[in-house]
Design a protein around this ligand. Structure first.
Ligand SMILES: [Zn+2]
Length: 160
């Protein structure tokens, strides 16, 4: 989704931090806590929201970005733990470390989209009525596989 002007939403996370989500201008999203905003190309949101009306794309993209911030206290320790497990033996190759890092981000995408769905499941269903399911299938399969690849690498490096 590309927007002419930036639209900013401010919300409070369950752990009390002030979350800021800015969509646009153009093809850029910014999300973060307090003054720490991370600009990023919204690749996942773009794919998941294909075919939706612009206002619905905005609503779900915002909810998804907020999901990242809400789940950060879970996702960040998970990333550190997965990388620590991969590093600890000293057997992991650079490629394996990169794949584990990518897989932890994939897991974070899965968590954020689950939070997007569960924030209002009825609305989510309503929005996607008549919209092709293919991008969402690609999302769930690819993110699921990437997450599992990370576990596989961590376990194989640990020789479990
Ligand atoms: Zn995301």
């Amino acid at each position: 989704m590309t927007t002419q002007k930036a639209r900013t939403t401010k919300l409070r996370t369950w752990f009390g931090a002030k979350a800021t989500i800015t969509i646009g201008p153009g093809f850029i999203h910014k999300a973060g806590l307090g003054v720490f905003l991370i600009p990023h190309p919204p690749v996942i949101n773009w794919m998941l929201r294909l075919g939706l009306r612009e206002d619905r794309q905005y609503t779900l993209s915002c909810t998804h970005e907020f999901g990242h911030l809400q789940s950060a206290p879970l996702a960040l320790p998970y990333t550190v733990l997965m990388l620590a497990l991969t590093f600890v033996t000293g057997h992991a190759s650079l490629l394996e470390i990169i794949l584990v890092f990518i897989s932890t981000h994939a897991a974070w995408e899965v968590i954020s989209e689950i939070l997007t769905i569960t924030s209002d499941a009825q609305l989510y269903r309503e929005y996607y009525q008549g919209i092709t399911i293919i991008p969402r299938i690609v999302f769930w399969i690819s993110m699921g596989i990437l997450t599992i690849i990370g576990w596989g690498i961590a376990l194989s490096v640990l020789k479990l």
